[in-house]
Design a protein around this ligand. Structure first.
Ligand code: PLP
Length: 390
């Protein structure tokens, strides 16, 4: 099998496995304990925090370890809502966020908060003028994802941060897909809160962190022990956090450039082979402002589930969108936001997402196999269509 679904999750990098398995036998102390076992654990935790803080050019105490992207997103929204409800009840987000944001928004709506969901154009980008118009005196939070998990589009985070310099609303970004792929410096971008998940960067699942800018007053979501300076109770997932720090190092800014060049070549290869094979396709997303490791394509006349099954049988794992909705095949809310619910692209689109372990040879073989499957399916769809018309 060849894995091309890295936007859903990534395999754990061998160096991360090494870090974790080396530490596991001895590093079992509770970082809150005072004895030597505890101190050894606490030192490792501090070192991991330092590595992660440096990757964002922030202070170590601004990193709150947690259970991953969903927890970071929930905390950013719910804690801000609780902390700032006296200042206002209006929150701005977008229609293309991950369910970790959209479902939390739905929950907060039930608690009396009001949301504006910014729409996107056909390329999947929000409009900054519409954002400015949506901002109100009682807006307490703006949550816009850094990069979209289905198209790879990079949102205008710097511009939003600049606009919010003169507005008291907090600025949260779900950076789960972008962290480790593009440089992110929250202070330069005006970001107050940022969620990250380790399993998207070749780290372990169920671990991540929330960056919270110094001075921001937010109540904890989880109550209990005094871990993470009372901002997130619960004994830290130490071994995974150490693994995450190694994953962060592997995906540091220097290597990001090389990875980007590699993924761009992969994406260009797929497109070139599809062109060569004269396959009809449509590129989803903003080709001028996206991360190259995600390639989202529609094949007119072909059901995306059929393509997915064909490719699976041929040994390639791809996706039709977000995997986080546990095996369901609901139409993508991102593509609906882009094209409207009646667009055929919604049922014709697939997502290919490259990762560190993929090779040029794998990509070429895949693209040829994909072309063959799509051509066969397109021909079948065309014949069926003609039969039904005659
Ligand atoms: N946000 C985005 C953009 C994602 O792609 C995902 C996972 O797919 C999440 C949040 C959820 O992260 P986690 O799986 O760590 O809870």
């Amino acid at each position: 099998m060849t894995y091309f679904d890295h936007a859903a999750t990534t395999p754990i990098h061998p160096q991360v496995i090494e870090t974790m398995t080396n530490l596991m036998p001895t590093l079992f102390g509770n970082p809150s304990s005072i004895h030597q076992y505890g101190r050894a654990a606490s030192e490792k935790l501090m070192a991991a925090r330092q590595v992660i803080a440096e990757s964002l050019a922030v202070q170590p105490h601004e990193i709150i370890f947690n259970g991953g992207g969903t927890e970071g997103d929930n905390t950013a929204l719910i804690s801000t809502a609780l902390a700032r409800k006296e200042q206002g009840r209006h929150i701005i987000t977008t229609q293309i966020e991950h369910p970790a944001i959209l479902q939390t928004a739905a929950f907060l709506e039930q608690q009396g908060f009001e949301f504006t969901y910014l729409s996107v154009d056909q390329s999947g980008m929000i409009d900054l003028e519409a954002f400015k118009q949506a901002l109100r005196e009682d807006t307490i939070l703006v949550s816009v994802m850094f990069a979209n998990n289905e198209t790879g589009n990079l949102m205008p985070i710097k511009e939003i941060g600049a606009i919010l310099q003169t507005h008291p609303a907090y600025f949260h970004t779900d950076a789960v897909q972008a962290f480790g792929k593009v440089p992110i410096h929250p202070y330069e971008l005006g970001i107050d809160l940022l969620s990250v998940s380790a399993h998207k960067i070749n780290g372990p699942k169920g671990t991540g962190f929330l960056f919270k800018r110094d001075g921001l007053q937010l109540p904890a979501l989880l109550h209990g022990g005094e871990q993470e300076e009372k901002r997130r109770a619960g004994t830290e997932n130490l071994i995974s956090i150490c693994g995450m720090a190694t994953a962060v190092t592997i995906n540091n800014e220097e290597s990001q450039q090389a990875h980007t060049i590699k993924y761009q070549k992969f994406a260009d290869t797929v497109k070139a082979i599809l062109d060569e094979e004269e396959v009809t396709y449509h590129l989803n997303g903003n080709q001028q402002a996206k991360m190259p490791h995600i390639l989202n394509l529609a094949f007119p006349g072909v059901d995306n589930q059929m393509i997915l099954m064909h490719m699976d049988l041929k040994g390639f794992a791809i996706s039709t969108g977000s995997a986080c909705t546990a095996g369901n095949v609901d139409p993508s809310h991102v593509l609906i936001a882009m094209y409207g619910e009646n667009s055929p692209y919604i049922r014709e689109s697939i997502r290919i997402s490259f990762g560190l372990g993929n090779t040029q040879e794998e990509v070429e073989t895949f693209a040829h196999q994909l072309s063959a499957s799509v051509k066969r399916l397109q021909k079948k769809a065309f014949t069926n269509n003609k039969d039904s018309q005659s």
